[in-house]
Design a protein around this ligand. Structure first.
Ligand code: PLP
Length: 394
């Protein structure tokens, strides 16, 4: 059955109060009011059912209405210690230990938990800068990539670059630098890639710039979220050797790519490089506000780092959700499943591209993250009204 993605009559009924009392920034493009969800299905208040291809924008990698998640979080609520501020609680202790074991990486041995993705990238900014300054006072520069996204607060918007979204800040940190992204449509063959990073540095920095002295970190969004655009492996490896040479930390923003989404536990594994720091969120808490930075002891506990606590961070409730998430990923072998289903998905998407090559430019992604890039954006409103709905799925 084909129906429009929202019918205005129904939407008008529910949207009035949102428009009246809430910021425009929170008004969604797709006008659905969720009332129930299970696995990968969502039902709206008019009992229309949808497949949630976004996994709640990568927040519910273990599926909606996960039974074990409901049990573990209900248990915490019943105990009455949902909120503990920084005081120790057993859920937090279990979680941090299990998180570090799950990541199982020789450098990523300490975590700091917060509540949102943007807080995690802000924390990373503070950590790499204080760490750099602990080596020399001028080592505060951060290199980021144009078009990458790291969140909506001041520091993270600057990390995301000078764009329409960061204009409101009114100034720009002169020690945050942006270089070009190697988009696949710019890299026609391997020769274009050869030295791409070095060339983009040359474009951005004056000759003679001392990277070792002035740059503390390079931050990569593991793939560009808007279009599931990954970097060529060679490009990230070129960055890694540059970091090694100049004593620079290589950091990944794994907000979308973490916890099995791309067919690996973490997206950085696709590039065969070893990071010094990762920022996580979204799928980490399966819908509960849990995010964090994971790095080495020397960075996390560097002598210049100032206070890192936050009122709601790592409370017992989110830690229980985090632990259940890790257990579900392990017990249900979700990383392997994401890789296998991903193979199927990408083969099918490629078939679609071949069939509709007059309108589809490229299909991109890895594992269970994918995009279809259209040749002309005028096609989108037409496509929106062709979305299929399924009934009677519960
Ligand atoms: C790569 C990346 N970093 C950071 C963020 C910010 O996360 P949050 O919305 O939880 O603050 C996002 C959110 O979309 C993201 O995709």
């Amino acid at each position: 059955m084909r129906e429009p993605i929202s019918d205005n009559k129904n939407y008008n009924k529910i949207s009035k109060n949102f428009l009246k009392y809430e910021s425009l920034g929170m008004q969604p493009n797709i006008r659905i009011q969720w009332s129930k969800a299970k696995n990968y299905y969502v039902e709206d208040r008019f009992k229309k059912k949808y497949i949630d291809f976004t996994s709640g924008i990568f927040a519910v990698n273990i599926g909606h209405k996960n039974k074990n998640l409901i049990n573990s979080t209900t248990k915490v609520l019943r105990s009455g210690i949902a909120h503990t501020y920084t005081y120790f609680n057993q859920h937090r202790e279990n979680y941090v230990k299990n998180l570090i074991n799950f990541i199982n990486h020789k450098k990523l041995k300490k975590c700091h938990l917060v509540s949102s993705g943007t807080e995690a990238t802000e924390t990373a900014l503070k950590l790499v800068r204080t760490y750099g300054q602990s080596i020399n006072k001028k080592k505060i520069g951060i290199i980021c990539i144009k078009g990458n996204w790291h969140g909506r607060t001041v520091g993270s918007q600057m990390l995301s670059g000078k764009n329409g979204q960061s204009k409101w800040i009114g100034y720009f940190d002169k020690n945050i630098f942006h270089v070009d992204f190697p988009y696949p449509w710019k890299i026609k063959d391997k020769r274009d890639l050869n030295g791409f990073f070095k060339k983009s540095l040359k474009k951005r920095f004056k000759s003679g710039f001392n990277f070792k002295k002035n740059i503390t970190a390079i931050l990569l969004e593991t793939f560009q979220g808007w279009g599931a655009v990954f970097y060529p492996k060679e490009y990230v490896q070129e960055i890694k050797s540059f970091c090694n040479k100049n004593n620079i930390l290589l950091c990944f923003d794994e907000m979308q790519s973490g916890f099995g989404r791309t067919g690996k536990k973490f997206g950085f594994e696709h590039y065969n490089v070893s990071p010094d720091l990762i920022c996580c969120g979204k799928g980490m808490g399966s819908g509960f506000p849990l995010s964090g930075v994971i790095t080495s002891k020397k960075v996390m506990d560097n002598k210049l780092v100032s206070g890192l606590s936050s009122t709601h961070s790592s409370n017992a409730l989110v830690c229980a959700a985090g632990l259940t998430t890790l257990n579900e990923i392990k017990n249900k072998k979700l990383v392997k499943k994401s890789a296998e289903l991903g193979k199927f998905l990408h083969v099918e998407l490629e078939k679609l591209r071949n069939k509709f090559d007059n309108i589809i430019f490229q299909t991109l992604g890895k594992g269970l993250i994918a995009s279809i890039i259209f040749k002309n954006k005028k096609i989108l409103p037409q496509l929106k009204s062709q979305i299929m709905f399924q009934k009677n799925v519960y």
